[in-house]
Each structure stands twice: as structure tokens, then as C-alpha cells.
Design a protein around this ligand. Sequence first.
Ligand code: ADE
Length: 239
Amino acid sequence: MRIDIVSLFPEMFDGPLGHSIIKRACDAGLLSIGVVNPRDFAEGKHRIVDDTPFGGGSGMVMKPDPLFLAVESLTGEPAGRRRVILLCPGGNRLDQAKVRELAGYDHLVLVCGHYEGVDERVKEHLVDEAVSIGDYVLTGGELPAMVVTDAVARLIPGVLGAADAAEHDSFAAGLLEYPQYTRPREFRGWEVPEILVSGDHAKIARWRRKESLRRTLAVRPDLLDKIELEGLDAVLLRE
Ligand code: ADE
């Protein structure tokens, strides 16, 4: 997969995506990430990328022309299914289903919004979709673009090892994850639940499902409305 990021602050991407799993995915040729700066496509000596809003009001609006040219410079390569996404607080909310959908494309172009917003013609005629990473406002779309990149990259086949495969994730089954423990078995007086050291795999699986259900019910009951519970789940929830 190819991910191109359109950002006025390309240097923000130097560090965060150059480590660990994402770096390995790039080194293995499973993912390639590029960053282009719309300022390089802006006209005039000052390469202006923003301007005051028509109709008045405070703040600046990102001009359409540098963004169109920046995105159009990317749309030749690679061939395949492409999706152009604007990161802004007013977009469709990112969730794991959306991440799975985006992971199905060959090429993502992530356009980072800034200032008071972007000229509406960018939303109407340049991008396929606007995406928000949550109901809060950040200073720009750079961190959201990194979030999308990270979440999508780990779903690319081969990026995660078999042991930590994405199927086991929180949200993969629509539930929050069950509690995990590792050595030492006792830490500062707090013991690992006995069942996890029992060696009884059926009982462990049942306990984990119950804990996932309980946690989801306590923290994110809205998620339970979206999935079909198994027959045993009602029993587990009552235990
Ligand atoms: N830009 C500013 N805030 C944002 C958010 N919550 N999601 C996506 N892009 C943004």
C-alpha cells in the first residue's frame, strides 16, 4: 500500500512513522509513505497557502489551488484503488470499521487541514471523504493523518506477526479486550487471576469472553448494540 500525506508541516512526519512496526513494514516493501507540502505548489514569491474568509470573520482558510495541485501531483502513481481523504473535525468519525475499509485501498492520500478550515471546494471536488479521529479539535490534521496511517498499516497483511495478528484486537469482534497479565505471577501483592495459570484452555477462553463483555458493558455499552452476541454471552453477563 502507498500512503501520501499532504501537509504544510512535512517535518512532523520524520520521527513518528519511522519506528517500530511501521518502519519494518516500509523496509519490507509492504507500505510506502510519502509527504508533499502544498506550499511547494503555491504561487508567488511568498507561496501563500491561506487567505481570509469571504464574507468576513476571524481566522484564515486554506486556499484551494495549492491543495489541488499537491493532490494532483500524486494521482499518477500507483495504479489501483485510491481514496483521497481530508482530515478535519467535521468528517466521518474514524472507527475500526472505517480503518478496515481504508485498508482495502491501494493508495491513500491524506490531506491535513489547518487554520480555520479549508476552502469548501476542496471538500466538494478534490477529496472523496472527510474523516475525523474524534469529537475534539486539534491544531491540524497531521496527528490524525498519523493515526490513520498507523491504524491502517497494521491491517496490511504481513505487517503484524501471526502472534499479535489484528484479529485478536479490541474491536475486531466488536468488544473491548480482556485483561492481560504477564510475569511475575504476584506483583506487590497483586495476584494474576488463578484461572489464567490453570492450564484449562476452555475455561480461560470463557473467562476472557466474560471479561470482554463486562468491560464493554461498563465502559462502552454502545458497542454492544452494534454486534450480535453469542448464545453463551447472556449467560456470561449474568454470572
Ligand atoms: N483536525 C483538527 N481536529 C481534527 C480531528 N479531531 N480529526 C481530524 N482532523 C482534525
